[in-house]
Design a protein around this ligand. Sequence first.
Ligand code: AMP
Length: 363
Amino acid sequence: MSSTKTIGVIGGGQLGQMMAISAIYMGHKVITLDPASDCPSSRVSEVIAAPYDDVDALRQLADRCDVLTYEFENVDADGLDAVIKDGQLPQGTELLRISQNRIFEKDFLSNKAQVTVAPYKVVTSSLDLEDIDLSKNYVLKTATGGYDGHGQKVITSAEDLEEANALANSAECVLEEFVNFDLEISVIVSGNGKDVTVFPVQENIHRNNILSKTIVPARISDRLADRAKAIAVKIAEQLNLSGTLCVEMFATADDIIVNEIAPRPHNSGHYSIEACDFSQFDTHILGILGAPLPAINLHEPAVMLNILGQHVEAAERYVTENPSAHLHMYGKLEAKHNRKMGHVTLFSNEPDNVVEFGKGIDF
Ligand code: AMP
């Protein structure tokens, strides 16, 4: 059997593009399914331009590829089930279904993986909000379709509850207790169906619910960092994970609480391209191919800054003045406001001195 594979990637954005780059330098070929023929992956792979729910296009991809993967979780799991051959999607569709629906996700995390999540309840209408204790704060989140803070309502008062009632009557939701966290962190873990490998703990700073800066290693105690990594490994083992998964968590003074999982490489893991000996994309490709996984070493403390549409010029100036910063641009044609256009990774022991693009100007 040839060790060179054809890998089909559903989604040709920056995550698909960086997966493809890793796959290519390992000698594999990549075919991407994306609605846009000029998507970021088109620079590095052949593209089948079709909607994600086009079953004929999915079948064409499956027929032409040895292994399939995806760069985002809102892939049509039923459509995939209809076309994939046995073992062709090592990540499986079950993980997709879990991460597409917060109700399944919470149930999996708390009951199957048995990790700590914020106390929650399923809300099917505003009736389920009638008896909540307003001496506590909450976040109501729609079960499906939410991203980057969309489909969410923080409840701290009776007025908030009125808006939350409307949200609860429009869609199935999960009501979570508000966590007074010190830091938001995440851990990347990759599996090959048997073993797992885990990355350092990342500290994440969001602006307007969009990741702005990642600091590695996260500024938490060794004890909490070990706990966060152990939680990520426990979740990965429970899933018999293949490929890369990101576990997003809250760090409080003495505890780690899991927020959500993303069954793919994640923006908070981009630093690993330069700062680790293997990147989250390398281990994703190795993992889905069932290859042995390396232990991960962080070369030096690092900071990653996202470049949104409104930051492109600032980022270009920045790398001219800081040539040791690693610039990544994804090749998106239009620099829309808040669109992720690229990122920069640099090595620094003084993360507070690494200023986010547009800070105080254009968030
Ligand atoms: P999510 O869509 O679940 O990632 O939530 C988006 C952001 O909302 C998170 O990055 C947190 O900053 C905040 N958030 C979500 N859930 C909670 C919670 N239970 N307590 C406090 N903040 C939260």
